[in-house]
Write a protein that binds this ligand. Sequence first.
Ligand SMILES: O=C(O)CCC(=O)C(=O)O
Ligand SMILES: [Fe+2]
Length: 320
Amino acid sequence: MMAKNWHEAGKIVECFKDVDADTFVNEIYPMRIPAVLKGVDIGSCTQKWTTDYLCRNGSSQSVKVHVSTERNMDFVQKNYSYRTLPFDELIKRCAESSHEEYFFDENEKYYLRALGADNRKDVANIEKEFPELSKDVRIPPFFDKDQFFSSVLRVGSPDLQLWTHYDIMDNILMQIKGTKRVVLFSPQDAGNIYLKGDKSMVLDIENPDFNQFPLLASACPYHCILHPGDCLFIPAMWFHNVVAHDFSISVNVFWKHLSSDLYDPKDPYGNKDPIPAGQALQGLRRALKLLDKLPDEYKDFYGRRMVLEIEQKTYYQGNG
Ligand SMILES: O=C(O)CCC(=O)C(=O)O
Ligand SMILES: [Fe+2]
Protein backbone atom coordinates (compact mmCIF):
# COMPACT_ATOMS: atom_id res chain seq x y z
CA MET A 1 0.00 0.00 0.00
CA MET A 2 1.28 3.48 -0.87
CA ALA A 3 1.88 5.64 2.19
CA LYS A 4 -0.50 8.60 2.40
CA ASN A 5 2.14 10.92 3.76
CA TRP A 6 5.81 10.91 2.82
CA HIS A 7 7.10 10.34 6.37
CA GLU A 8 5.02 7.13 6.62
CA ALA A 9 7.13 5.54 3.88
CA GLY A 10 10.02 5.38 6.38
CA LYS A 11 10.37 3.17 9.46
CA ILE A 12 8.17 2.78 12.51
CA VAL A 13 9.95 3.44 15.81
CA GLU A 14 10.32 0.16 17.70
CA CYS A 15 7.96 -0.24 20.64
CA PHE A 16 8.77 -1.98 23.97
CA LYS A 17 6.24 -2.95 26.66
CA ASP A 18 6.61 -2.82 30.46
CA VAL A 19 10.25 -1.78 30.34
CA ASP A 20 12.05 -1.71 33.71
CA ALA A 21 15.15 0.36 34.46
CA ASP A 22 17.55 -2.57 33.91
CA THR A 23 16.10 -3.39 30.49
CA PHE A 24 16.22 0.26 29.45
CA VAL A 25 19.78 0.87 30.65
CA ASN A 26 21.29 -2.41 29.43
CA GLU A 27 19.34 -3.21 26.28
CA ILE A 28 17.55 -0.18 24.83
CA TYR A 29 19.75 2.78 25.76
CA PRO A 30 23.02 1.41 24.28
CA MET A 31 21.40 1.01 20.83
CA ARG A 32 21.21 4.82 20.53
CA ILE A 33 18.07 4.70 18.40
CA PRO A 34 14.61 6.03 19.31
CA ALA A 35 12.24 3.69 21.13
CA VAL A 36 8.62 3.96 22.29
CA LEU A 37 8.19 2.61 25.82
CA LYS A 38 4.73 1.56 26.93
CA GLY A 39 3.66 0.72 30.48
CA VAL A 40 6.34 2.79 32.25
CA ASP A 41 5.06 4.39 35.48
CA ILE A 42 5.07 8.15 34.84
CA GLY A 43 2.82 8.98 37.80
CA SER A 44 -0.81 9.90 38.37
CA CYS A 45 -0.72 12.81 35.87
CA THR A 46 -2.22 10.70 33.06
CA GLN A 47 -5.34 10.22 35.21
CA LYS A 48 -5.49 13.50 37.10
CA TRP A 49 -4.68 16.19 34.56
CA THR A 50 -8.11 17.36 33.43
CA THR A 51 -8.51 20.97 32.28
CA ASP A 52 -10.07 21.93 35.64
CA TYR A 53 -7.38 20.26 37.70
CA LEU A 54 -4.60 21.90 35.66
CA CYS A 55 -6.18 25.34 36.07
CA ARG A 56 -6.49 24.86 39.82
CA ASN A 57 -3.07 23.33 40.46
CA GLY A 58 -0.95 25.01 37.80
CA SER A 59 -1.70 28.44 39.31
CA SER A 60 -2.13 31.71 37.44
CA GLN A 61 1.58 32.43 37.10
CA SER A 62 2.59 34.04 33.80
CA VAL A 63 4.13 31.87 31.12
CA LYS A 64 5.71 32.90 27.84
CA VAL A 65 4.14 31.09 24.88
CA HIS A 66 4.49 30.87 21.11
CA VAL A 67 1.29 32.09 19.42
CA SER A 68 0.74 31.05 15.82
CA THR A 69 -2.09 31.62 13.36
CA GLU A 70 -0.83 28.76 11.20
CA ARG A 71 -0.49 25.12 12.17
CA ASN A 72 3.06 24.83 10.89
CA MET A 73 5.35 27.15 12.85
CA ASP A 74 8.02 28.54 10.52
CA PHE A 75 11.25 29.69 12.16
CA VAL A 76 12.51 31.31 8.93
CA GLN A 77 9.40 33.39 8.08
CA LYS A 78 8.62 33.80 11.82
CA ASN A 79 4.87 33.23 11.46
CA TYR A 80 4.50 33.13 15.25
CA SER A 81 4.99 35.58 18.11
CA TYR A 82 5.79 35.37 21.79
CA ARG A 83 3.12 36.47 24.23
CA THR A 84 2.57 36.11 27.96
CA LEU A 85 -0.50 34.44 29.45
CA PRO A 86 -1.50 33.22 32.91
CA PHE A 87 -0.97 29.43 32.97
CA ASP A 88 -4.64 28.69 33.69
CA GLU A 89 -5.72 30.90 30.77
CA LEU A 90 -3.30 29.05 28.48
CA ILE A 91 -4.84 25.72 29.53
CA LYS A 92 -8.34 27.07 28.90
CA ARG A 93 -7.42 28.37 25.44
CA CYS A 94 -5.67 25.14 24.40
CA ALA A 95 -8.75 23.17 25.44
CA GLU A 96 -11.28 25.29 23.47
CA SER A 97 -11.68 25.09 19.71
CA SER A 98 -12.08 28.81 19.05
CA HIS A 99 -11.25 31.72 21.33
CA GLU A 100 -13.35 34.59 22.63
CA GLU A 101 -10.24 36.37 23.74
CA TYR A 102 -7.21 36.20 21.47
CA PHE A 103 -4.13 38.09 20.26
CA PHE A 104 -4.47 37.68 16.46
CA ASP A 105 -7.50 35.57 15.58
CA GLU A 106 -10.02 33.26 17.17
CA ASN A 107 -8.31 30.14 15.78
CA GLU A 108 -4.77 30.97 16.87
CA LYS A 109 -2.66 28.20 18.41
CA TYR A 110 -0.43 28.18 21.47
CA TYR A 111 2.71 26.34 22.44
CA LEU A 112 4.38 26.45 25.84
CA ARG A 113 7.89 25.16 26.34
CA ALA A 114 8.42 25.92 30.03
CA LEU A 115 11.59 27.87 30.86
CA GLY A 116 13.74 28.29 33.95
CA ALA A 117 13.31 31.21 36.39
CA ASP A 118 15.88 33.28 34.45
CA ASN A 119 15.40 31.96 30.93
CA ARG A 120 18.84 33.06 29.75
CA LYS A 121 20.64 31.20 32.51
CA ASP A 122 18.46 28.65 34.28
CA VAL A 123 17.30 25.33 32.91
CA ALA A 124 13.62 24.39 33.19
CA ASN A 125 12.72 22.23 36.17
CA ILE A 126 9.09 21.23 36.60
CA GLU A 127 9.60 20.76 40.37
CA LYS A 128 10.59 24.42 40.68
CA GLU A 129 8.21 26.08 38.19
CA PHE A 130 5.16 23.87 38.78
CA PRO A 131 5.63 22.38 42.27
CA GLU A 132 2.02 21.19 42.65
CA LEU A 133 1.76 19.57 39.21
CA SER A 134 5.20 17.99 39.52
CA LYS A 135 3.93 15.82 42.39
CA ASP A 136 1.84 13.94 39.81
CA VAL A 137 4.79 13.20 37.51
CA ARG A 138 7.24 10.37 38.09
CA ILE A 139 10.45 10.64 36.10
CA PRO A 140 11.48 7.09 35.14
CA PRO A 141 14.70 6.00 36.92
CA PHE A 142 16.64 5.49 33.68
CA PHE A 143 19.77 7.52 34.55
CA ASP A 144 21.79 8.63 37.61
CA LYS A 145 20.71 11.75 39.51
CA ASP A 146 23.94 13.57 38.64
CA GLN A 147 23.23 13.12 34.90
CA PHE A 148 19.93 15.05 35.20
CA PHE A 149 19.83 18.23 33.10
CA SER A 150 16.25 19.57 32.96
CA SER A 151 12.55 18.67 33.01
CA VAL A 152 10.28 20.62 30.67
CA LEU A 153 6.51 21.01 30.73
CA ARG A 154 5.08 21.34 27.20
CA VAL A 155 1.50 22.40 26.50
CA GLY A 156 0.11 22.82 23.00
CA SER A 157 -3.02 23.43 20.95
CA PRO A 158 -4.42 20.75 18.63
CA ASP A 159 -2.66 20.52 15.23
CA LEU A 160 0.30 22.72 16.08
CA GLN A 161 3.54 21.46 14.57
CA LEU A 162 6.99 22.06 16.01
CA TRP A 163 9.78 22.21 13.42
CA THR A 164 12.39 19.48 13.05
CA HIS A 165 15.34 20.11 15.38
CA TYR A 166 17.89 18.28 17.47
CA ASP A 167 18.89 18.61 21.12
CA ILE A 168 22.25 17.67 22.57
CA MET A 169 20.94 15.83 25.64
CA ASP A 170 19.41 12.37 25.85
CA ASN A 171 15.67 12.69 26.29
CA ILE A 172 12.58 10.85 27.47
CA LEU A 173 9.43 12.54 26.18
CA MET A 174 6.48 11.52 28.37
CA GLN A 175 3.06 11.94 26.80
CA ILE A 176 0.47 12.84 29.42
CA LYS A 177 -2.61 14.21 27.67
CA GLY A 178 -3.70 13.93 24.03
CA THR A 179 -1.86 12.16 21.24
CA LYS A 180 1.17 13.32 19.33
CA ARG A 181 2.91 12.21 16.17
CA VAL A 182 6.67 12.32 16.16
CA VAL A 183 8.88 11.98 13.08
CA LEU A 184 12.59 11.47 13.68
CA PHE A 185 15.74 11.41 11.56
CA SER A 186 19.08 9.86 12.40
CA PRO A 187 22.06 12.19 12.97
CA GLN A 188 23.51 10.50 9.86
CA ASP A 189 20.76 12.17 7.83
CA ALA A 190 22.13 15.62 8.76
CA GLY A 191 23.26 16.12 5.15
CA ASN A 192 19.81 15.29 3.71
CA ILE A 193 17.44 17.46 5.72
CA TYR A 194 18.58 21.00 4.86
CA LEU A 195 19.80 22.22 8.22
CA LYS A 196 19.90 25.81 9.31
CA GLY A 197 21.70 25.70 12.67
CA ASP A 198 19.94 23.10 14.82
CA LYS A 199 16.72 23.11 12.73
CA SER A 200 15.62 21.68 9.38
CA MET A 201 14.27 24.05 6.71
CA VAL A 202 11.81 21.32 5.58
CA LEU A 203 8.62 22.30 7.40
CA ASP A 204 6.09 20.15 5.58
CA ILE A 205 7.23 16.61 6.25
CA GLU A 206 3.92 15.06 5.20
CA ASN A 207 4.17 16.34 1.66
CA PRO A 208 7.62 17.88 1.15
CA ASP A 209 8.61 19.81 -1.95
CA PHE A 210 11.25 17.54 -3.53
CA ASN A 211 12.09 20.14 -6.17
CA GLN A 212 13.19 22.47 -3.42
CA PHE A 213 14.66 19.69 -1.21
CA PRO A 214 15.85 16.88 -3.53
CA LEU A 215 18.24 15.28 -1.02
CA LEU A 216 15.36 14.64 1.35
CA ALA A 217 14.41 11.67 -0.83
CA SER A 218 17.50 9.88 0.58
CA ALA A 219 16.55 10.52 4.22
CA CYS A 220 14.81 7.86 6.30
CA PRO A 221 12.02 9.24 8.50
CA TYR A 222 11.18 7.19 11.62
CA HIS A 223 7.68 7.78 12.94
CA CYS A 224 5.44 6.95 15.88
CA ILE A 225 2.23 8.04 17.58
CA LEU A 226 2.41 8.73 21.31
CA HIS A 227 -0.68 8.11 23.45
CA PRO A 228 -1.13 9.21 27.08
CA GLY A 229 1.25 7.17 29.25
CA ASP A 230 3.75 6.47 26.43
CA CYS A 231 7.39 7.52 26.62
CA LEU A 232 9.64 8.18 23.65
CA PHE A 233 13.40 7.84 24.06
CA ILE A 234 15.06 10.43 21.81
CA PRO A 235 18.85 9.98 21.84
CA ALA A 236 21.01 13.13 21.65
CA MET A 237 21.37 14.53 18.09
CA TRP A 238 18.35 12.66 16.68
CA PHE A 239 16.20 15.18 14.80
CA HIS A 240 12.54 15.29 15.78
CA ASN A 241 9.38 16.93 14.45
CA VAL A 242 6.31 16.89 16.65
CA VAL A 243 2.66 17.52 15.88
CA ALA A 244 -0.05 17.40 18.53
CA HIS A 245 -3.24 15.79 17.27
CA ASP A 246 -5.24 17.06 20.26
CA PHE A 247 -4.81 19.49 23.12
CA SER A 248 -1.55 18.01 24.29
CA ILE A 249 0.53 17.99 27.45
CA SER A 250 3.92 16.35 27.73
CA VAL A 251 6.87 16.52 30.07
CA ASN A 252 10.30 15.70 28.80
CA VAL A 253 13.41 15.05 30.80
CA PHE A 254 16.86 15.76 29.39
CA TRP A 255 19.96 14.11 30.81
CA LYS A 256 23.66 13.98 30.04
CA HIS A 257 24.98 11.04 28.07
CA LEU A 258 28.60 12.25 28.18
CA SER A 259 30.72 13.36 31.10
CA SER A 260 29.58 16.73 32.51
CA ASP A 261 32.77 18.62 31.60
CA LEU A 262 32.07 18.10 27.86
CA TYR A 263 28.90 20.22 27.93
CA ASP A 264 28.69 23.99 27.61
CA PRO A 265 27.86 25.30 31.13
CA LYS A 266 25.82 28.18 29.64
CA ASP A 267 23.09 26.18 27.93
CA PRO A 268 19.56 26.69 29.32
CA TYR A 269 17.89 24.70 26.49
CA GLY A 270 20.15 21.66 26.19
CA ASN A 271 20.94 22.35 22.54
CA LYS A 272 24.45 23.87 22.55
CA ASP A 273 27.12 21.72 20.91
CA PRO A 274 29.42 19.81 23.28
CA ILE A 275 32.56 21.89 23.96
CA PRO A 276 34.96 19.93 21.69
CA ALA A 277 32.40 19.91 18.85
CA GLY A 278 31.81 23.67 19.18
CA GLN A 279 35.56 24.27 19.09
CA ALA A 280 35.95 21.99 16.07
CA LEU A 281 33.23 23.95 14.21
CA GLN A 282 34.98 27.22 15.04
CA GLY A 283 38.27 25.76 13.78
CA LEU A 284 36.52 24.73 10.55
CA ARG A 285 35.24 28.27 10.03
CA ARG A 286 38.79 29.60 10.53
CA ALA A 287 40.09 27.03 8.04
CA LEU A 288 37.49 28.10 5.48
CA LYS A 289 38.48 31.76 5.90
CA LEU A 290 42.05 30.79 5.01
CA LEU A 291 40.82 29.25 1.74
CA ASP A 292 39.26 32.63 0.87
CA LYS A 293 42.80 33.79 0.08
CA LEU A 294 42.88 31.47 -2.96
CA PRO A 295 41.16 31.72 -6.40
CA ASP A 296 37.89 29.74 -6.75
CA GLU A 297 39.47 26.84 -8.65
CA TYR A 298 41.92 26.20 -5.79
CA LYS A 299 39.32 26.79 -3.12
CA ASP A 300 37.07 24.16 -4.73
CA PHE A 301 39.92 21.61 -4.89
CA TYR A 302 41.08 22.11 -1.29
CA GLY A 303 37.46 22.19 -0.10
CA ARG A 304 36.99 18.71 -1.65
CA ARG A 305 40.22 17.50 -0.04
CA MET A 306 39.01 18.76 3.32
CA VAL A 307 35.68 16.94 2.88
CA LEU A 308 37.53 13.71 2.06
CA GLU A 309 39.73 14.03 5.11
CA ILE A 310 36.75 14.77 7.35
CA GLU A 311 34.85 11.77 5.96
CA GLN A 312 37.80 9.41 6.39
CA LYS A 313 38.57 10.54 9.91
CA THR A 314 35.09 11.00 11.41
CA TYR A 315 32.35 8.96 9.67
CA TYR A 316 31.44 5.50 10.97
CA GLN A 317 32.90 3.06 8.44
CA GLY A 318 30.33 1.95 5.93
CA ASN A 319 27.74 4.55 6.92
CA GLY A 320 26.41 7.60 5.08
O1 LIG B 1 6.68 17.33 22.20
C1 LIG B 1 7.02 18.47 21.89
O2 LIG B 1 6.21 19.39 21.83
C2 LIG B 1 8.45 18.77 21.57
C3 LIG B 1 9.36 17.80 22.21
C4 LIG B 1 10.81 18.15 22.08
O3 LIG B 1 11.24 18.88 21.22
C5 LIG B 1 11.72 17.56 23.05
O4 LIG B 1 11.28 16.83 23.95
O5 LIG B 1 12.93 17.81 22.92
FE1 LIG C 1 13.45 18.80 21.20
